[in-house]
Design a protein around this ligand. Structure first.
Ligand code: KIV
Length: 257
């Protein structure tokens, strides 16, 4: 494990871990100074491309966005999601993960699942590729978007998966839409950081989709809080631009050659 990852793990029980998504250089360079981890999430499929799920996201899309994000990151750990159908077996996963790392220079990759993907994760880690896990609601295979941990069977499965992922060497686990007391139990049980999204304050850190947090993506789900309304600010700026153009107040001499 490299020092950046070791230092990231050490944040557990010390300070809350701040994570956000970025799909481009400009956003990455704004959030980098505030974040511990920046994720190029395959959520870009729905957020940017309007897909109904993340299943249509391709490896090339992830790589191109990640190359842009890389340019904006100076200090945060950079993690890239492996999209759907790019890690169906260890050989495929290794070849695609190597491609992501060599083309984007990211620090780690993230993939969804527990027991089902354990052999894949083992292969990646054996080949020195740092892996972040993702449990709870798994958008790449989800049949519904309900929270996870409602009944004992579901809870035990997620608990076992978390232990298993820690044992095979993932450096952190995203818990998506996991019931609060279960997220607490997992966070206490494992020695690597849990990063929650819709999984309560009990996790070691939180992640949100930046476009949701700034109010650029018109999404309404329980776990999203809009910390500002950038849509309103863009509207105000565009109306000002429009009025100045119509009234011949823009461009001024200083804006012209
Ligand atoms: O794709 C993504 O943005 C994610 C986060 C929501 C955790 O996986």
């Amino acid at each position: 494990m490299n020092n950046k990852i070791i230092n990231f793990i050490k944040k557990k029980n010390k300070s809350k871990i701040i994570s956000l998504t970025a799909y481009s250089k400009n956003i990455a360079s704004i959030i980098d100074k505030h974040c511990d981890l920046i994720l190029v999430g395959d959520s870009l499929g729905s957020v940017l491309y309007g897909f109904s799920s993340t299943k249509k996201v391709t490896l090339d899309m992830m790589i191109e966005h990640s190359k842009s994000v890389r340019m904006g990151i100076k200090k945060s750990l950079m993690v890239v999601d492996m999209p759907h159908n790019t890690y169906r077996n260890p050989k495929e996963a290794l070849s695609n993960a190597k491609k992501i790392i060599s083309k984007t220079k990211c620090d780690a990759i993230k993939l969804e699942g527990g027991k089902k993907v354990v052999q894949i994760i083992k292969t990646l880690i054996k080949n020195k590729i740092p892996v972040m896990g993702h449990l709870g609601l798994l958008p790449q295979s989800a049949k519904n978007f309900k929270f996870k941990g409602k009944n004992l069977v579901e809870r035990n499965k997620i608990l076992k998966d978390a232990k298993l992922l820690e044992e095979v060497g993932v450096f952190s686990i995203v818990l998506e839409c996991v019931e609060s007391s279960l997220a607490k139990q997992i966070t206490k049980m494992i020695n690597i950081p849990t990063i929650g999204i819709g999984a309560s304050v009990n996790c070691d850190g939180q992640v949100l989709v930046t476009d949701d947090l700034i109010g650029l993506n018109p999404i309404k789900v329980r776990f999203v809080k809009k910390f500002t309304n950038i849509t309103k600010q863009i509207n105000t700026a565009v109306i000002k631009f429009k009025n100045e153009v119509k009234n011949k107040k823009f461009p001024k001499k200083i804006n012209s050659y």
